[in-house]
Write a protein that binds this ligand. Structure first.
Ligand code: S3P
Ligand code: PEP
Length: 442
């Protein structure tokens, strides 16, 4: 077997396309959103929490380090069983809390910190995170009475937080964001009264499911996209089993769909309906995907996925499905490049404030590979079906871009070199090993 992937340097990936297919089983690493929440709720809960299947990526590691600094006892991170002894009353941390590259860590943690009376905290992140907007959580927290300082009137980390007892509010969020919703739910957990959040479309509901499982008093109305929490509440430690991350499975779904002769089995993937937009879009494009053995694990729907290659057709992705596939747009853009016809993605302006400006990153990097991509203010237009050319591309330090470009390179003509591929470890620590393991010569 000729291997298609070479690490020129730990951070530089080279993909040489060849006459191979993708075959076998890929064990998908733990869901990143659920991993963050399990660590945070475990840290806040009375007693012991055990987490099985935790994602060992850089982002959950940032969360674990922050909550250790706040006084929780967290065993060494591993995917078998992480044990947390929670601390209801968080301490002040001796140093600045560093969320690294993780928007989820910083935004959810702000809700927790702002509602710790009498405590002072400083929080920051890497250069990408310091450029991402925090006003979306800072402003509603301020209307609950929170005291938060930072550049751009509290929009950018580093931020300083003076914790206090907040007032419950009903917040109508202008964006469908699970990070905004979860931040306010976590603030509401420590706030007397009923804190309600209404969003314009339903975002992922992992916080709601897990807060309920840990004993919080929550009322959820998915029709109204509304959730209320009654505070103050005391969480109790639980056993959490984290399913595989559908956002990580998406790379294999597209890789197998576009590579002739491929069939992959992806056991144990989370299929929470607030996350399965990617399955619906790929199926509408003609992908061959089956869901087997559907079950509920720690309150979350889980299934085994099977995918095999098939021709893809262009589609339109817009409206309320966007929050249900927001992190899959880069890899869906790759699918679109291999689909017959013109795919249009709209209502995706949120992608401009992720780890990179993903609309610009996709347009420029797939453009280098010869894909005809037009960047729209809130989306992309992608003319698919032409042969991609291997090229020198860059992940822009964005994990989802690194892996999407690697999958695009598999079916390009000529070698693709991806700079800053190591960004993948943010959400997928052994992506390159898994890719090598499933590449089979016919
Ligand atoms: O709550 C979460 O775990 C996440 C919510 C989404 O962000 P937004 O809330 O900004 O849409 C998503 O893009 C991110 O990867 C994880
Ligand atoms: C946007 C992402 O994560 P976060 O906002 O937590 O950095 C992502 O994982 O694609």
């Amino acid at each position: 077997m000729t291997t298609a992937l070479t690490l020129l340097a730990p951070d530089t990936w080279q993909i040489r396309p060849g006459d191979y297919a993708l075959q076998g089983t890929v064990m998908i690493p733990g869901d990143k959103s659920i991993s963050h929440r399990a660590l945070m709720l475990g840290a806040l809960a009375a007693g012991q929490t055990e987490i099985r299947g935790l994602l060992l990526g850089d982002d959950p590691r940032s969360t674990a380090a922050c909550f250790q600094a706040l006084g929780a006892t967290i065993s060494e991170l591993n995917s078998d069983c992480v044990v947390i002894q929670g601390i209801g009353n968080l301490q002040e941390a001796a140093d600045v809390l560093d969320a690294g590259n993780s928007g989820t860590t910083l935004r959810l943690m702000l809700g927790i910190l702002a509602s710790q009376p009498g405590k002072f905290y400083a929080v920051t992140g890497d250069s990408s995170l310091r450029g991402r907007p925090m006003k979306r959580v800072v402003q509603p927290l301020q209307s609950m009475g929170a005291t938060i300082w930072g550049r751009g009137q509290g929009n950018f980390a580093p931020l300083a937080v003076q914790g206090q007892t907040l007032q419950a509010i009903h917040y109508h969020s202008p964006i469908a964001s699970a990070q905004v919703k979860s931040c306010l739910l976590l603030a509401g957990l420590h706030t007397p009264g009923i804190t309600t959040i209404t969003e314009p479309a339903l975002s992922r509901d992992h916080s709601e499911r897990m807060l309920k499982a840990f004993g919080a008093t929550l009322e959820v109305d998915p029709e109204l996209c509304q959730v209320s929490i009654t505070g103050p509440g005391q969480l109790q430690g639980q056993q959490v089993t984290v399913p595989g991350d559908i956002s990580s499975a998406a790379f294999w779904l597209v890789a197998a769909a576009i590579t002739p002769g491929s069939e992959l089995f992806l056991p144990n993937v989370g299929v929470n309906p607030t996350r399965t937009g990617v399955l619906e879009v790929l199926e509408a494009m003609g992908a061959n995907i089956t869901q087997e053995n559907m079950r509920i694990v720690t309150g979350e729907p889980v299934a085994d996925l099977r995918v095999s290659s098939s021709p893809l057709q262009a589609t339109v992705i817009e409206g309320k499905i966007l929050p249900r596939l927001i992190d899959e747009v880069p890899i869906l853009a790759v699918a679109a490049a291999f689909a017959q016809g013109t795919t249009v993605i709209r209502d995706a302006a949120e992608l401009r404030v992720k780890e990179s400006d993903r609309l610009q990153a996709i347009a420029t990097q797939l453009g280098r590979m010869g894909v005809k991509v037009t960047e729209l203010p809130d989306g992309l237009e992608i003319i698919g079906g032409e042969v991609l050319q291997g090229a020198e591309v860059d992940s822009w330090g964005d994990h989802r871009m690194a892996m999407s470009l690697a999958i695009a390179g598999l079916q390009a003509k000529g070698t693709t070199t991806i700079q800053r591929g190591a960004a993948a470890t943010v959400s997928y620590p052994n992506f390159t090993e898994s890719l090598e393991a499933v590449l089979q010569s016919p």
